[in-house]
Design a protein around this ligand. Structure first.
Ligand code: UDP
Length: 240
């Protein structure tokens, strides 16, 4: 068993879309640097931070499938995309003076360690940020599900879901419906029953079955990662 936690251990799920700085393809270094600064600040304050990054700024398997590609192969492309995001974040964390390790579910020894949960925990205890890449390494899964599973395995106290351009969970899409109402808190059952956009159903079910709280918040608002780690009332909290 690992040591007693200090300021807490958290799993931060970052949307790949945010990394592109506005819906395009690839990585915007300014955005990644800004996110790295925020993570560095909470790590300096003693929090243990693990990160899962999506790959929506490169490829989503389901979208390529619609365009005629084989689903499993395009999912692997999606997973490989997440690794580029991981390396970009690692680079800017390093520039902030924060040690980090990338661990991937698909082995690529030249750029990352393989996924070894106990080693990940040791890194966290030493104040290193651990960035998990290549999702679960399995087609038909998502990085949301990866974040939930890794959070459970490293015994994080909450899953912090940083979203791009939305500050929580609404009863309908706030981008298209000006009357959409935001929830401050939700139960897992409501999220699943009403099919609310928190994460995919597999991820939410995994969190519910293991009582892992999920905080959905706006990622790119300055100071929000620190607020989420401190448990301030931002975004939408999903719990029992
Ligand atoms: N993916 C996968 N298995 C996993 C994680 C991800 O097949 O365990 C693929 C899937 O094609 C997905 C893509 O990687 O669409 C990018 O991840 P995701 O869509 O979760 O990224 P986000 O939308 O969070 O940026």
């Amino acid at each position: 068993k690992h040591d007693v936690k200090k300021a807490g251990r958290f799993m931060l799920k970052l949307s790949g879309e945010a990394f592109s700085g506005g819906g395009g393809l690839g990585v915007d270094p300014d955005v990644v640097h800004a996110i790295a600064r925020e993570i560095a600040a909470v790590v300096r304050d003693g929090a243990e931070i693990a990160v899962v990054i999506g790959g929506g700024n490169f490829f989503r398997g389901a979208e390529l499938q619609v365009r005629g590609m084989d689903r499993a192969r395009s999912d692997y492309m999606g997973m490989l995309g997440t690794v580029m995001n991981c390396l970009a974040l690692q680079d800017f964390l390093e520039k902030e003076g924060i040690d980090s390790r990338v661990q991937t579910a698909i082995t690529m020894a030249q750029v990352a360690e393989p996924y070894i949960p106990l080693r990940a925990v040791r890194h966290l205890e030493k104040g290193r940020v651990v960035i998990f890449g290549a999702g679960m390494g399995m087609p038909y899964f998502s990085t949301d599900t990866t974040a939930a599973q890794r959070a459970l395995e490293i015994e994080a106290e909450a899953l912090l879901m940083g979203k791009n351009g939305v500050d929580g969970v609404y009863d309908s899409d706030p981008k298209t419906n000006p009357d959409a109402v935001k929830f401050d808190a939700l139960e897992y059952g409501e999220v699943i029953g009403r099919n609310l956009k928190v994460a995919d159903a597999t991820a939410v079910t995994l969190c519910r079955d293991n009582a892992l709280p999920i905080l959905v918040f706006e990622l790119l608002t300055e100071g929000n990662i620190a607020r989420a780690v401190k448990g301030e009332k931002i975004g939408t909290l999903v719990s029992d």
